[in-house]
Design a protein around this ligand. Structure first.
Ligand code: XIL
Length: 617
């Protein structure tokens, strides 16, 4: 029951305090050794947990939004670092050749200082958010390379100099590369003016200028689609290797992590972090969000939780990752809905600042629990009372219950409770295992040693609350036949499919546009296995002697392909076979064999899987 996870922050906090109080009382009475106290942090806010782990954890903020008290309160409670979402970009901070406007940036820096937070500066050279005067200059053939270098230097000296000593990290160069790893250079959309006016060494120069202007600031190269392994992250790796070789002062690589549910695998992200570590640079997660198709249901929120959890856990496990920043923290104020039509709900707080499952995933990664297979006190309790913590478990006596929200892997799933009991009044205790509050099994815990009690559920496809409760409270007054619960685990959660998918089709009038690497995923998942019929209404654009091709994929494996050889809407059907279990099906543009990619766009009007609802934009 996800409603449980949208408790207000105060309510969540109160539970934690009760938990902490119980620990204190138990300590006082000598019931548990002191070490247990450090295992349950008193303050579960991300900020306190991040401080404990030496992690800068934060969010992009807007100067205007900070005027909203609820927004500001959440930022100062939950985070220890902020990034200006737009206020330090060229068009904000340097609107005319000789005019600098520091108002927005200063407001954010002042907020951070008042609240003891760090600031990540963003950014000093980018293809986007440039003032029109800079584009005019780029298009002016009389402008020399030296003049362009002088303008870049003046900007960096002035901006970095203005904030000297106040900015912990700067994104010096942002998104310098295309997805194919080549350098953006030019005056048009998506092209970096510096690449054209100066050449590829503008990157070296920008880092050198920034270092001279504030030697204490850590300097980052920041990009997207380069978080894991692949062409673009190889290119970023090579770029950084070159900078290091030439002695350019670069300290880190920002992995933006603007993901959807087809996020790369944590293992690949870990490999990328580790190879960058070997080059001698830090990495930081700098702009994370996980966009969902709207409306997002419990299943999507559970998967989103896992992506946030896994990426933060990956950062914490990496030797060189000390920064985790999200691109906005509330669904009330995220760039996603306007940039990715049809998507939203990309952040860990809903639009009224209540924590979503993703928030608890982050907290879990920070040590409120070590992984998804352990219960956590104070999270998503679906019940009245929490068992007191005892050494090695929770003590559940009359009406005591512990539980947690678990993402389910799909398919038949085994839930295991490790428990022990104390016989009293002639009986062993009994415990009910509940899924979303409904009893699915009852066990008699007839042993005073820890033992597993397992139950295999039917196929639950989404996240659920799993809890265990002490139940044979039929003596009055209740007898002491206590039950101790050490751990509740749910299967081994399977996620991180779709590792190869890079971007998502954009909604256009009358459909989605799928160009290179674009795909659309159907939210339906199927279980029974066997033959499936996929129906797609699509149209294509003939270009460079070819019509586009469209693949139907099950779990990212192509099961059928069609050539969309008509510029009018046509219905194409594909038959696919899948084994029983949970599967994800998507449509992808596939004949991306021109370099540079040609415009042979593919449009999808609707997409249906036999038996599932039709997906339309
Ligand atoms: C986005 C902001 O969130 C939007 O408000 C603005 O309109 C466009 O830029 N990568 C980046 C960020 O490095 O600066 C972008 O921020 C999101 C993608």
């Amino acid at each position: 029951m996800l409603g449980r996870t949208t408790n207000g922050g105060t309510r969540v906090k109160r539970r934690i305090r009760v938990g902490a109080l119980l620990v204190c009382l138990a300590l006082f009475f000598g019931l548990i050794p002191a070490r247990a106290a450090t295992e349950l942090p008193a303050d579960p806010a991300l900020r306190a947990l991040g401080d404990q782990r030496g992690l800068s954890i934060g969010t992009a903020v807007g100067a205007g939004s900070l005027a909203n008290p609820a927004y500001a309160a959440t930022v100062r409670t939950e985070f220890n670092v902020v990034t200006p979402e737009n206020e330090m970009k060229w068009n904000s901070i340097h609107p005319e050749p000789t005019v600098y406007n520091f108002a927005g940036g200063d407001a954010i820096v002042a907020f951070a200082q008042q609240n003891g937070m760090k600031v990540r500066g963003h950014n000093l050279a980018w293809y986007s958010a440039n003032p029109s005067w800079l584009i005019t200059m780029c298009n002016d053939p009389t402008v020399t390379r030296d003049q362009a270098i002088a303008v870049l230097k003046d900007h960096i000296d002035t901006v970095v100099g203005h904030y000297k000593g106040k900015i912990a990290q700067w994104d010096v160069v942002n998104e310098a590369l295309y997805d194919d790893g080549t350098l953006r250079a030019g005056c048009g959309t998506g092209q970096t003016p510096w690449g054209k006016m100066i050449g590829s060494d503008y990157i070296d120069l920008a880092f050198q200028f920034a270092h001279a202007a504030d030697p204490a600031a850590k300097l980052f190269y920041n990009d997207y689609n380069a978080e894991a392994l692949g062409t673009k992250s190889d290119a970023v790796y090579n770029l950084v290797a070159g900078l290091k070789q030439r002695g350019i002062p670069i300290d880190g690589v920002g992995l933006q992590m603007h993901f959807d549910l087809g996020a790369p695998s944590a293992a690949d992200v870990a490999s990328n972090m580790s190879r960058l570590n070997a080059l001698g640079v830090e990495v930081g997660i700098t702009e994370m969000d996980v966009r969902l198709f709207l409306p997002a249901g419990d299943a999507q929120l559970a998967q989103q939780r896992r992506v946030f959890h896994d990426m933060l856990a990956t950062c914490l496990a990496a030797a060189n990752c000390h920064t985790f920043v999200m691109w906005g923290f509330t669904d009330a104020d995220s760039w996603i809905p306007s940039y990715f039509p049809g998507y939203g709900a990309a952040t860990p707080f809903d639009s009224t600042y209540n924590p979503k499952p993703a928030y608890f995933g982050l907290r879990d990664a920070l040590g409120m629990q070590t992984d998804e297979t352990k219960v956590v006190e104070a999270e998503n309790m679906s019940t009245k009372t929490v068992g007191a913590s005892t050494l090695g478990g929770w003590e559940l006596s009359a009406n005591g219950e512990v539980g947690n929200y678990f993402p389910f892997p799909g398919g038949n799933t085994t839930i295991t409770v490790v428990a022990k009991g104390v016989q009293g009044g002639g009986a062993w205790p009994t415990m009910d295992l509940k899924v979303d509050g409904a009893v699915v099994a009852t066990f008699t815990v007839a042993s005073s040693s820890w033992a597993p009690y397992s139950f295999t559920t039917a196929a639950y496809s989404v996240g659920h609350n799993v809890s265990v409760a002490f139940t044979n409270d039929y003596y009055a007054p209740p007898q002491d036949r206590n039950l101790f619960v050490d751990k509740v685990s749910v299967g081994s959660v399977v996620e991180a499919e779709n590792t190869e998918v890079k971007s998502v089709g954009h909604a256009v009038t009358g459909g989605w546009e799928l160009d290179q690497n674009g795909y659309v995923e159907h939210p339906a998942q199927f279980w029974t296995g066997g033959l499936f019929n996929f129906t797609v209404v699509a149209s294509g654009t003939f270009a460079n002697g070819a019509w586009p091709t469209l693949a139907v994929r099950i779990d990212q494996v192509t099961v059928g392909q069609v050539t969309v050889s008509s510029s009018g809407w046509q219905t194409y059907t594909v038959l696919g076979v899948a084994p029983p279990g949970r599967h994800r099906v998507s449509l992808a543009f596939t004949n991306d064999y021109y370099s540079p990619p040609q415009d042979r766009n593919l449009f999808i009007d609707s997409f249906s899987v036999a038996g599932a609802p039709t997906l339309t934009p």
